[in-house]
Structures are given as structure tokens and as C-alpha cells.
Ligand binder design. Structure first.
Ligand code: COA
Length: 259
């Protein structure tokens, strides 16, 4: 597929996906969502790609939300289809089975905030701003924001942002655990690459199983989750990576995982 609104770069087993619609602050119109769906399918199926970074083009925005011109045309029937389509794509990102790092380099509003929420880890530049301003448009978040924001930062805090449409700056996002680190804007991507490289140097199966186990936390009860964790742990014990990791430790050398 030829992309109009997305740039894809592959380097050192890391795919960097850049939403590139700067004249509209990288707002997610339908075309961009179709391209996002396609690019994540590609990234999932390509075994040479071990981690993904997603960011926005330009210095102002990660993604300033769903495209409001397109939103304005929705009705009760198409609104449901719209939300379900977006939710499906963001859930596929969440369950990619590879780490996805959001490098939030400016406004992450509405669908942009929801996109960041669906990623495994969020990093922010100093000028990043997060928010769910849908209430200003007479709607609610529809790409998973009511669920993922409430789980990540607790329901009281999530409700304040969702009910007021207030934006939160990078410091606040860091303080409440929405982002893991803050960088000066020009260092954000290299910070994300460093983190991705560190992760992909570990055993591939252990990385995948860690993602699966932690992602199950919202779906399983604690006892089901513990059973699931034990099964995934057992699976790791049957891998070459396990033999290599444990032998390397005992032989006082660095492990060399065959990824
Ligand atoms: N959908 C469509 N277009 C958008 C957009 C969106 N979500 N966000 C920004 N744009 C467009 C603006 O309409 C403008 O286009 P134009 O130059 O053709 O008029 C361009 O991007 C630049 O935005 P502008 O509003 O001029 O920038 P700003 O710096 O003054 O304000 C924001 C930045 C992010 C505060 C403001 O653009 C905004 O509030 N955007 C909407 C955020 C939102 O509600 N998102 C949730 C949607 S569910």
C-alpha cells in the first residue's frame, strides 16, 4: 500500500511510524486510520521488525485527534461503525505482540491520546500535551479512551479530564504515570530508539510473553492471570533463550540471544 499520511522507516529491527499530516496537526482522518491498520498488519507479520516507535511529524503535534470535519458528518449508525473501526485498530496495536513505544512530541488529544494509550510505553517531549477534549464537541472518547485512561491513571482522574476536556502537560503526565520519561524535543526519538534497542536485545520470546502477560491484566481475574503467567513462564523455560540466559549468568558472561 502506498501511504499518503504515514511515513515508515525500518532501521536496526525497529519500525518508526510517523503520522504525517502536519497541516491538520496529524489529525486521524479515515485515510490515515486505514493506513495505520495496514502498517501495523505489516509490522506484525514482518519477523525482522522487533519493536515499533510511533510519533507525529513536525514539532507541534503527535496527533491532534480524530479529524473533526469527518466527525461532524457522523450519525447514530455511522458513529458506531466509526468507533468500532478505531477501537479495532487500537486494540490490534495494544496486542501487537511487539513493544510499541509512543514518542509523544506535542498535542496528543482525543484519538491521539487514545493512540498513545494503546501503546506499550509512552515517552513525551517537554511540550507534549495530553487530553480528551471530546466533551467540547458533544461526544465522548470513542477509540478506547474511557477504558484505557481510567485503567492507567484511575477513574477519578480520567473522569476529570474527560468531563472538563482539560489538557495535561508533560510534567503532570509524568507525575501521574501516564508517561515514563520526558525529553527535550530533539532528544525524544533517540530516547525512544535507545529504549527499543535495549528491549529487543533481550530474548524475543520473553519480551513477547511479558507483553502478553501484562496486557492480560485488565481481562483476567487475579487467579486467572496468575495461571496464565505460570503457563507463559513454563513456555519460556522451553526456549533456547532460557538456556542461553541462565548459562550466561552462571558462566559470568553476557547472554547472546539469537533474535
Ligand atoms: N481535526 C481536524 N483538523 C484539525 C484538528 C482535528 N482534530 N486539529 C487541528 N486541526 C487543524 C485546524 O483546523 C487547522 O487547520 P486550518 O489551518 O486548515 O484551519 C490546523 O489543524 C492547525 O490547527 P490550529 O487550531 O490552527 O492550531 P492551534 O495551534 O491554534 O491549536 C489545538 C492547536 C490542538 C489546540 C487545536 O487545533 C485544537 O483544539 N484541535 C482540536 C483538538 C480536538 O478537539 N481533538 C479531539 C477530536 S475528537
Amino acid at each position: 500500500m502506498d501511504y499518503q499520511n504515514i511515513l515508515l522507516e525500518e532501521k536496526n529491527a525497529i519500525a518508526t511510524i510517523t503520522i504525517n499530516r502536519t497541516d491538520k496537526l496529524n489529525a486521524l482522518n479515515h485515510q490515515t486510520m486505514v493506513e495505520l491498520k495496514d502498517v501495523f498488519e505489516y509490522v506484525k507479520s514482518n519477523n525482522l521488525i522487533k519493536a515499533v516507535i510511533i510519533t507525529g511529524a513536525g514539532e507541534k503535534a503527535f496527533v491532534a485527534g480524530a479529524d473533526i470535519l469527518e466527525l461532524s458528518k457522523l450519525n447514530v449508525v455511522t458513529g458506531k461503525e466509526f468507533a468500532e473501526f478505531g477501537q479495532k485498530i487500537f486494540t490490534a496495536i495494544e496486542k501487537l505482540g511487539k513493544p510499541v513505544i509512543a514518542a509523544v512530541n506535542g498535542y496528543a488529544l482525543g484519538g491521539g491520546c487514545e493512540l498513545a494509550l494503546a501503546c506499550s510505553i509512552r515517552l513525551a517531549s517537554e511540550n507534549a500535551k495530553f487530553g480528551q477534549p471530546e466533551v467540547n464537541l458533544g461526544i465522548i472518547p470513542g477509540y478506547g479512551g474511557t477504558q484505557r485512561l481510567a485503567r492507567l491513571i484511575n477513574s477519578g482522574r480520567a473522569l476529570e479530564y474527560i468531563l472538563t476536556g482539560n489538557m495535561m502537560d508533560a510534567d503532570e503526565a509524568y507525575r501521574i504515570g501516564l508517561v515514563n520519561h520526558i525529553y527535550p524535543q530533539e532528544q525524544l526519538l533517540s530516547g525512544a530508539e535507545k529504549l527499543a534497542s535495549k528491549i529487543i536485545a533481550k530474548g524475543n520470546v520473553a519480551v513477547k510473553m511479558s507483553l502478553n502477560a501484562v496486557n492480560s491484566v485488565d481481562e483476567l481475574s487475579e487467579s486467572e492471570g496468575l495461571k496464565y503467567e505460570a503457563s507463559l513462564f513454563a513456555l519460556c523455560c522451553g526456549t533456547e533463550d532460557f538456556k542461553e540466559g541462565t548459562s550466561a549468568f552462571l558462566e559470568k558472561r553476557k547472554p547472546e540471544f539469537k533474535n
